[in-house]
Design a protein around this ligand. Structure first.
Ligand code: NAD
Ligand code: UD1
Length: 304
């Protein structure tokens, strides 16, 4: 049994990770300011420290009790980060620097949630970890600079670059919520959704249960050298095609309109899953149709 600190553990991915760790018999401490997460995402028995990752001293004091640190806390929306650039830099880059300092001080491994946004439109499809990174957004730039900070830890550093994660407990209410949560919720409510631009942009959607397995594999690896891996399926779907898959999963029509393209929106994003398979034995398993069925059930309130 180990004790892990998860920053952002009350969020969508963090909550699922906390449940998985507790199921495996570990202790979990969460540092979260509840800015986008919810306390009820946590499993019974997890300890919540309500606070901000910009407070490096506090983060370090909490990390002192822990055997490993998973750093997820961030303003996770590209648009929300663009709307509040100073705060986004303080949290997404400053918070990571604090996590790195805490991991260094206490000699513990750090698993960092970076993002596929570091690639921008990388020019290769699928995109492997060796591709040149050219982020299109401040969010992506902060993730890339954060990666450099994390890599200074040497072998104890693991960087995961999740592509688009979806599934139960991804909340749809905010205009900055992930596209699947927003579209499923609108479809169930009979509301009209807005596609940014023509909808030909594509994404590699990975189910939250799969991404949690990847984090668990990263947390239990032997730290021989720093590692950076994609969190992806290797499959992509356009946003327009996604609306049809969502309508099928909901068993209802989806009313849509087109709005302007989003500034800084990546056109095509599909990851190469080979390096995660070679290094961590990880492969995504959940098909989009099955993951959408689970998501629809949760948003209908059938699967609390
Ligand atoms: P989320 O918004 O559900 O979770 C983020 C959590 O961090 C929330 O609980 C929030 O309250 C907390 N938080 C935010 N700012 C904080 C601060 N200053 N101090 C303490 N806690 C703070 O987002 P998520 O989808 O679970 O994403 C988790 C991480 O994974 C983020 O770093 C995000 O950038 C990254 N990521 C997410 C996706 C995705 O598709 N969801 C893809 C790639 C990378
Ligand atoms: C998402 C994640 C981000 C992660 C990145 C990795 C969220 C909120 N963002 O960013 O944390 O780092 O993947 O690849 O989870 N769209 C519409 N209409 C809408 C909402 C979105 O057309 O109402 C489109 C967007 O323009 C975009 C696509 O859907 O082309 C996906 O958008 P979004 O879910 O916001 O995710 P990303 O920006 O890809």
């Amino acid at each position: 049994m180990a004790r892990y600190l998860i920053t952002g553990g009350c969020g969508f991915i963090g909550g699922h990770l906390a449940h998985a760790l507790v199921r495996e018999g570990h202790r979990v401490t969460v540092l979260d300011d509840l800015s986008s997460g919810q306390e009820d995402n946590l499993p019974p028995g997890a300890d919540l420290e309500r606070g901000c990752v910009t407070d490096g001293a506090r983060l370090s004091v909490i990390a002192r009790q822990c055997d490993g640190l998973v750093h997820l806390a961030a303003i996770a929306s590209v648009e929300a980060a663009a709307a509040n650039p100073d705060r986004a830099e303080a949290v997404n880059l400053g918070g990571t620097r604090n996590a790195v300092a805490a991991a260094r001080t206490h000699g513990i491994p750090l698993v960092y949630a970076s993002s596929a946004a570091v690639y921008g439109d990388a020019g290769s499809d699928p995109v492997a970890e060796t591709a040149k990174c050219a982020p299109l957004s401040a969010y992506g730039e902060h993730k890339l600079k954060s990666e450099s900070a994390v890599l200074t830890l040497g072998p104890r550093a693991t960087i995961i670059r999740p592509f688009n994660v979806y599934g139960p407990r991804q909340h749809p209410a905010s205009p900055y919520s992930g596209v699947i949560a927003r579209f499923v919720s609108a479809c169930l409510a009979g509301e009209t959704i807005t596609i940014n631009g023509e909808g030909h942009q594509s994404r590699d959607f990975i189910y939250v249960g799969d991404i949690v397995r990847l984090f668990l594999a990263a947390m239990s690896r032997d730290p021989e050298a720093a590692l950076t891996v994609n969190g992806c399926t290797g499959q992509a779907i356009s946003i327009l095609e996604l609306t049809r898959a969502i309508a099928a999963a909901c068993g209802a029509g989806l009313r849509l309109r087109h709005g302007p393209a989003r500034p800084g929106d990546i056109l095509h994003s599909r990851g190469d899953p080979q390096h995660a398979l070679d290094t961590l034995g990880f492969q995504a398993e959940v098909r989009l149709g099955d993951g959408l069925t689970e998501t629809v059930a949760w948003l209908r309130g059938e699967d609390q």
